[in-house]
Ligand binder design. Structure first.
Ligand SMILES: Cc1cc2nc3c(=O)[nH]c(=O)nc-3n(C[C@H](O)[C@H](O)[C@H](O)COP(=O)(O)O)c2cc1C
Length: 438
């Protein structure tokens, strides 16, 4: 097995860092996307496989029963639509994959299939769809529903949804466009067919009215972590963005997905698991540790973290005392896997207070703090134990700034490359091929 692994980058299309010493002077203009275009170019220079743009469609008020926590701290709100940004980033890069999140709970399948096909054509085969079923009743209420379907039912709906959109992408044969001047034929109608899909949840006649895109269907990214989520991901995903607690947690997750894929007849190498990590690098280890310590001491850090986890789970974490363990048996109809991951902290034995869990969250599965050389070595060692396939880098403490981005793309990644751990060039043209290269 190649010891090389893949790199992805996680982002929210929300305001970048606007209040620290590293905030960019142009931060007010973030909705233009320019800040993120600069970032995508950095990522492409560092040969990341893809950038993944997260999404939710609501302003949360789970924390304390008010929108104050979300809006004051800009946690998941305000947030712009990821798809136009994906188009912009794809247009401004040549090789980087661009993944946008869209929810099977809200997009009509036909619109989603058409949109993905259109964007994949513009992106020349580098577009990915992060398949989510959404996790918040507040989002459902923006679409005429009172509440989301129950957690596992959302996956049943997603299963059928996935079937419909794939049929729509297949409604055009790859060679349907003939452009034959002699017969005055643009597209051969015998190669385009209706799908006449009638399922339990969806009905669609088809065909799609877009031409087949370079990948034919987008690269599928997924993050389901619960048993039902893993079943879905192992059937559908080309890449899973995963939270694993420690090397053991990551290995368990990956082995489980690979076993599930083998069982249903898929080649396990066709799905790359990228584990979320939040590295901090600096010239010396003590400088890196001080950076993390300063971040954890920032006023409002704990509140911001709790607003975030409240938003994903719709549990009001403002009601729990900070210096006591969480009550037993907390559960959610939202992101179940994410709640469990949060409650495990850094994986060390408990019981832990809520404040401890928040502080351990920066370790995101694997503590990566030190010089580029130390962090790169640790990433390489972890990947060797896990077996593959790579990491999804998310900034610790959320808000992005150029200083953090370049510490990774111009500090950590060159060292990863020197150690022979990550790619130094792109050799394929589509995102799916890039992921399958090694
Ligand atoms: C790295 C990562 C990114 C995610 N991005 C989104 C997102 O953009 N939108 C969303 O609704 N859910 C997102 N999720 C949540 C997942 O879709 C899923 O709900 C979660 O991992 C819990 O899995 P489960 O639903 O199987 O319990 C993300 C999860 C992870 C780990």
């Amino acid at each position: 097995m190649s010891k090389k692994f893949h790199l992805g980058w996680f982002m929210n299309f929300t305001p970048p860092d606007w209040e620290t010493d590293w905030a960019s002077p142009d931060v007010r203009n973030w909705p233009t996307g320019d800040f993120y275009v600069d970032m995508a170019r950095n990522l492409e220079r560092a040969c990341f496989d893809y950038i993944m743009i997260e999404d939710t469609v609501m302003v949360a008020d789970a924390y304390g029963g008010t929108m104050e926590g979300s809006l004051k701290n800009s946690v998941f709100a305000p947030k712009q639509d990821p798809v136009p940004l994906a188009v912009l980033l794809a247009a401004k890069t040549k090789k980087l994959g661009v993944v946008a999140t869209m929810s099977t709970s809200f997009y009509p399948p036909y619109l989603l299939a058409r949109l993905c096909s259109t964007v994949d054509s513009i992106a020349e085969g580098r577009f990915g769809w992060n398949i989510v079923g959404s996790a918040e009743d507040r989002a459902a209420q923006n679409f005429g529903m009172d509440a989301l379907a129950e957690h596992d039912d959302r996956y049943a709906i997603a299963d059928e949804y996935f079937e419909v959109v794939n049929k729509l992408w297949d409604s055009w044969a790859a060679d349907a466009v003939v452009m034959d001047r002699e017969t005055h034929t643009y597209a051969d109608y015998t190669k385009v067919h209706t799908i006449d899909f009638e399922g339990k949840y969806f009905k669609s006649r088809g065909p799609l009215n877009t031409v087949p895109s370079p990948q034919h269907r987008p690269t599928f990214v997924q993050a389901g972590a619960s048993p039902r989520g893993r079943a879905f991901a192992s059937r559908a995903a080309d890449s899973i963005i995963a939270v694993g607690t420690g090397v053991e947690g990551m290995k368990e997750y990956r082995d489980d997905i690979r076993a599930r894929m083998t069982e249903i007849g898929r080649n396990p190498d066709d799905c790359k698991l990228l584990f979320v990590v939040s590295p901090t690098v600096a010239a010396t280890e003590s400088e890196a540790r001080e950076t993390v310590a300063r971040m954890l001491e920032t006023p409002g850090y704990v509140e911001k973290a709790l607003v975030g986890i409240s938003s994903n789970t719709e549990i009001d974490f403002s009601t729990f005392p900070l210096d006591e363990p969480l009550p037993e048996g907390l559960t959610t109809n939202g992101e179940r896997g994410s709640l469990e991951h949060f409650m495990r902290g850094d994986g060390s034995p408990g019981p832990k207070t809520l404040r401890q869990l928040v502080m351990e969250r920066t370790k995101r599965g694997l503590e990566l703090v030190g010089t580029p050389e130390q962090v790169a070595r640790k990433m390489g060692e972890a990947m060797e134990e896990v077996g593959g396939d790579g990491f999804l880098i998310a900034k610790p403490g959320w808000d992005l700034n150029r200083q953090y981005i370049s510490s990774i793309t111009d500090g950590l990644v060159p060292e990863l490359q020197r150690q022979g751990l990550t790619r130094t060039e792109y050799t394929k043209s589509t995102l799916r091929e890039t992921l399958r290269e090694f």
